[in-house]
Write a protein that binds this ligand. Structure first.
Ligand SMILES: CC/C=C\C/C=C\CCC/C=C/CC(=O)SCCNC(=O)CCNC(=O)[C@H](O)C(C)(C)COP(=O)(O)OP(=O)(O)OC[C@H]1O[C@@H](n2cnc3c(N)ncnc32)[C@H](O)[C@@H]1OP(=O)(O)O
Length: 279
């Protein structure tokens, strides 16, 4: 029960050093011996397509492959948008096989980030709705830039969809049941100060300070002896992860059936057209 699969992941398959490795959609660098930085870099809004989700998972695993690295800062190349969440076009009139593979990649990204042996700090620069909030909540610590127009939360109901059960569970774990009922039901997006008041994030900082604060926090976590730190993380997180691993294909089926419904498609289509007013 203690050694949840994946959490104390073996690094044998992984390359060792990280030297500003740059790949499509993400940039991975190592500004200090024990802290790596993973930058989300998929214009215009860092939405999570299947390929983007796979790239983020691969970069986390690469960082874990360096035994000296103990912490990871997750940031955005866009100072106004951390991530706009799942790429909605993946769910709009999709091919069923692609849709299922897309969802497996999202599940894997969650399991990889939430279950990482690394201490993870989200430097939330700007907007972070839905899947963006999932990324942030999967980290150990969350710093968000100030600016009351920036929003974070789970707005799925506003698109006519529902968060999967494991994202709901993560939300409840993070902000408690009552606030999650309000947040999920209303599809509420919180300003940084509101998010801080419900413990959705841990700190609000000036835009220009976000990386420095996140790096400092990551260095603090990196100094904790990893054996006890990782064991504590396993104790806190393994139950949720094990449940999803057991139900993975069931969850893929729920997602597929929900998304393929005609009513869901109508809602997604209308929402997508409203975005940017251009589609
Ligand atoms: C019982 C249930 C059982 C099973 C159900 C299981 C699972 C279902 C759950 C699925 C989970 C979904 C989670 C999600 O993440 S859904 C995505 C939610 N995201 C959003 O609602 C964010 C939408 N975007 C925005 O609000 C704004 O773009 C943002 C505030 C981030 C930035 O605003 P800005 O004005 O700067 O940019 P825009 O002009 O709006 O956008 C620029 C272009 O980017 C496109 N765009 C934006 N967001 C997305 C996205 N998430 N996916 C794809 N494309 C996106 C936008 O359309 C613009 O494109 P162009 O018009 O320029 O082509």
């Amino acid at each position: 029960m203690f050694a949840s699969r994946g959490l104390l992941r073996s690094s044998r398959r992984l390359v060792g050093g990280i030297s500003s490795a740059t790949r499509t959609y993400v940039n991975l660098s190592k500004p200090s011996t024990s802290v790596a930085v993973l930058e989300l870099d998929r214009a215009p809004v860092n939405s999570l397509s299947k390929e983007m989700a796979d790239a983020v998972s691969a970069a986390i695993k690469e960082a874990e492959g360096d035994d000296k690295v103990q912490a990871l800062v997750l940031k955005s190349s866009n100072p106004k948008i951390f991530s706009a969440g799942l790429d909605i076009t993946e769910m709009n009139n999709p091919e069923v096989e692609r849709l299922e593979d897309f969802w497996r990649s999202i599940q894997d990204l969650f399991l990889t980030l939430y279950g990482s042996r690394l201490s993870t700090v989200a430097a939330i620069e700007g907007h972070s709705p839905a899947g963006g909030c999932l990324l942030a909540m999967s980290c150990d610590y969350r710093v968000m830039t100030e600016g009351e127009n920036f929003k974070i939360g789970l707005n799925e109901t506003k698109l006519g969809i529902a968060a999967p059960y494991w994202l709901k569970d993560l939300f409840v774990k993070t902000i408690g049941n009552r606030e999650a009922e309000l947040g999920l039901g209303l599809g509420k997006l919180y300003s940084p100060s509101e998010a801080l008041s419900v413990n959705l994030i841990d700190e609000v900082v000036k835009n220009e300070d976000v990386l420095e604060v996140a790096m400092k926090e990551a260095e603090t976590w990196a100094k904790i002896p990893p054996k006890g730190r990782v064991a504590s993380k396993v104790m806190l997180r393994s139950e949720m992860m094990d449940e999803l691993r057991e139900k993975k294909e069931l969850d893929v089926g729920w997602f597929r059936d929900f998304i393929m419904e005609e009513g869901t498609q109508k809602g997604i289509d209308a929402y997508l057209k409203s975005l940017g007013g251009k589609k």
